[in-house]
Design a protein around this ligand. Structure first.
Ligand code: HMG
Length: 391
């Protein structure tokens, strides 16, 4: 039975900062951010967007009545969840009006969470071929103002429906993975900003990629020639390129050129959003499918490298279905990007410093400024209040 990605939705908040202007404000050459890091725009979430609302907004565009009846499992991958106990998936389940006979859980391992969710979803569909699983990857990447990590912040969510006989991509069975207890990036419970050993994290990302890629080649009869593209977890778009470059010499020049061109297409969305942690790899896949000037052939194999600091890495593959492009929401995503509003560096700094109360006090937020259908409207008696404006 074929199991894979049936639909992909995406959401990013409506505010962004231009990386050229952030560079000037931080007294670095703009090319460091736009070329050295590879980022053009950084999404900035207003207080009215959190990991729950972004995931619900990403899912809203792709879910129809048939999906609502069939989804019996919601798996929410995040490392910026809103509650230590209640899963973010339950909130999204309610906001979308899904069928009550469903499981709803949150999973965590840094940026790897959504990949864990997809693998779990595959197992569920194998046992229950009629059902569909809603997988969410949603995060706000925060390192702090004037930190080395600042240029790699971002915010957004990806929603995927995993089903039998998928319309976009069949996920193949072979997968290679690796766990090692390292401290390259972490966020203790008491902190709303990540701690990171930046250079070490870059080295480990590449070492993990090389290990799972070599294992994949050893355990299959495939090599780089079998791939149309490789999509990477993209904390910033130069990172995946560094990993890709370590294996490009394995193939002839023309294959190298094809892989590099497809890599560029797979980074367009991420370049304009920033790191969205759990959703980043799937945003890159979406970017490849929607931003590539010519459609890829059905049957094209795409490699997927997932990395979550701490660390877990995995390499797995998918094969494109015929007419996959007819099942994308490219127009919606073009509109989402086109309708965003640029804010100045000082406005971004102000928004960054505004945080929700952490002392149990109530707050009411103005959701009229936020064009998203689903928003956080406040906190009452320690309970987040969500609004779906479409209901
Ligand atoms: P930094 O120290 O500010 O930057 O930190 P740098 O000095 O290393 O420079 C960055 C690049 O810009 C270099 O290129 C420079 O040469 C280049 P490279 O040598 O690396 O190819 N550069 C220029 N290029 C053109 N023109 C110029 C110029 N000047 C310099 N004028 C760092 C960069 C990424 C370390 C920092 O932003 C950081 O710590 N970010 C957060 C950590 C991170 O993203 N790590 C990535 C791997 S770990 C991961 O992916 C997991 C993660 O997503 C979390 C999770 O799993 O949950 C982070």
């Amino acid at each position: 039975m074929k199991i894979g990605i049936d639909k992909i939705g995406f959401y990013t908040p409506n505010l962004y900062v231009d990386m050229n202007k952030l560079a000037v404000a931080r007294d670095v050459e703009p090319e460091k951010f736009t070329i050295g890091i590879g980022q053009e725009k950084m999404a900035v979430p207003p207080l009215t967007q959190d990991s729950v609302t972004m995931a619900a907004n990403a899912a809203l565009e792709i879910i129809d009545e048939v999906d609502k009846e069939a989804i019996d499992f919601v798996i929410f991958g995040t490392e910026t969840g809103i509650d230590h106990s209640k899963s973010a998936a339950v909130y999204v389940h309610h906001l979308l009006g899904l069928h009550p006979n469903a499981r709803s859980i949150e999973v965590k391992h840094a940026c790897y969470g959504a990949t864990a969710a997809i693998q779990m979803a595959k197992g569920h569909i194998a046992l229950n071929p009629e059902s569909k699983v809603l997988v969410l990857g949603s995060d706000i990447a925060r390192y702090g103002l004037n930190t080395a990590g600042e240029s790699t912040q971002g915010a957004g969510a990806v929603a995927l429906i995993i089903s039998a006989n998928p319309k976009i991509m069949t996920l193949e069975d072979k997968s290679t993975y690796l766990t090692s207890d390292i401290m390259d990036f972490w966020r203790p419970i008491y902190s709303d900003k990540a701690f990171v050993n930046g250079k070490f994290s870059n080295e480990q990302y590449i070492a993990f990629f090389n290990t799972v890629w070599d294992k994949f080649k050893e355990e299959t009869d495939m090599d780089l020639n079998d791939f149309e593209a490789i999509c990477y977890h993209l904390p910033y778009t130069k990172m995946g390129l560094k990993a890709l470059r370590t294996i490009l010499d394995d193939v002839p020049e023309d294959v190298q050129e094809k892989l590099k061109a497809n890599y560029q297409a797979s980074t367009q969305y991420n370049r304009n959003v920033g790191n969205i942690y759990t959703g980043s790899l799937y945003l890159s896949l979406l970017s490849l499918l929607e931003e590539k000037s010519e459609d890829l052939d059905s049957g094209s194999r795409i490699g997927l490298f997932s990395y979550g600091s701490g660390a877990v890495g995995e390499f797995f593959t998918g094969v494109l279905e015929p007419n996959y492009q007819e099942h994308l929401y490219k127009n919606h995503h073009d509109e989402l990007f086109a309708s965003r509003k640029e804010i100045s560096v000082s406005e971004y700094e102000e928004i960054f410093e505004e945080t929700l109360p952490a002392d149990g006090s109530n707050i009411e937020l103005d959701i009229n400024e936020d064009p998203a259908p689903i928003c956080l409207s406040g906190i009452t008696d320690n309970m987040r209040q969500y609004v779906n404006k479409l209901r």
